[in-house]
Design a protein around this ligand. Structure first.
Ligand SMILES: Cc1ncc(COP(=O)(O)O)c(C=O)c1O
Length: 289
């Protein structure tokens, strides 16, 4: 597809050469149209929509996303953005003054702030690994991170693709090396989905959060949090709601907690399958495999 034909699918200002897609994403008009239809359906009967249709629609959207991410659908929750995913993990875990929270000097500012804030409340210490620069090799990155691991390291927070420097970090090697040392990794994959192939099941990270509203071009407010099964019991969304004491036994507490965090517009998440299909049509490498 030629560049002008490609661009015609977006409502971007034609007078602007829009290069910074990574900042906030941009959603094709066809996907926005689906979102409008979903919103109209919701507003035509809010109770009917939320009580009778929402759960099934959310499950369908999650199943499609799970297939794309090669993750178990039961391990995925929708969140509003990667920042919320990072915060949900950091604020769910309990740290103590003897703990060290490891990150890198390329970490995204908002995520680093969340780490600093959680550390300051618990007395834990943030340790920053300096990545080799300007020519980092995967082996040198792993070595730089491992050199800062101690018996007190509790968690490693790392960007999959760094924001300021656009490095694709060797996530698989890092997750594995840290896991061998008893340390779980929280991957901030804000830019991962749609940019690099993902197989979350195979990756084995404790936690991976990613945006659908950046490179998958879903409407804003569509993101996910993957939590490995053995860690789900300790996780809570940023907003605790009905799921916490739900008597239902047909779904995990993780799913019950994250699938309802109060009344909100669920259409960004529900549009994810449409965005995936659209992107597959435009640029097959980014769509479902
Ligand atoms: C590495 C990284 N993490 C997190 C974010 C935040 O994404 P969001 O604003 O969708 O939470 C960004 C935004 O560009 C980012 O580059």
């Amino acid at each position: 597809m030629s560049a002008p034909a490609f661009r015609a699918h977006w409502s971007l200002d034609p007078d602007v050469h829009y290069l910074n897609h990574g900042a906030y994403g941009a959603c094709p008009t066809a996907v926005l149209q689906v979102q409008s239809e979903l919103r109209a359906r919701l507003e035509a009967g809010p109770v009917r929509f939320f009580v009778r249709q929402y759960e099934r629609l959310l499950d369908e959207a999650r199943a499609t996303l799970a297939a794309f991410l090669e993750a178990g659908a039961e391990d995925l929750a929708f969140v509003s953005n990667a920042t919320s995913g990072v915060n949900a993990v950091l604020r769910s875990l309990r740290f103590s003054p003897s703990d060290e929270l490891l990150t890198t000097d390329h970490e995204y500012n908002a995520s680093r702030n969340a780490l600093d804030w959680v550390a300051s409340r618990t007395g834990a210490q943030v340790v920053t690994a300096k990545l080799p620069w300007p020519a980092p090799t995967p082996a040198a990155v792993v070595e730089a991170v491992l050199s800062r691991v101690t018996p007190r390291t509790r968690l490693f927070l790392v960007d999959h693709i760094t924001s300021q420097t656009a490095l694709v970090l060797p996530i698989r090697e890092l997750v594995q090396a840290l896991r061998e040392r008893g340390v779980e990794t929280l991957v901030d994959g804000a830019h991962g989905p749609g940019q690099v192939p993902l197989s979350l099941q195979a990756l084995g990270a404790g936690y991976y959060t990613g945006n659908c509203h950046k490179w998958l071009c879903a409407p804003k407010g569509a993101a996910f949090l993957y939590v490995r099964k053995d860690l789900q019991a300790d996780l809570k969304p940023l907003t605790v709601s009905h799921g916490h004491n739900s008597p239902r036994t047909d779904r995990s507490r993780y799913r019950l907690d994250f699938d309802w965090t109060g009344t909100d517009d669920p259409t960004p998440a529900l549009c994810v399958p449409h965005a995936l299909r659209f992107m597959e049509g435009c640029c097959p490498a980014a769509g479902p495999r």
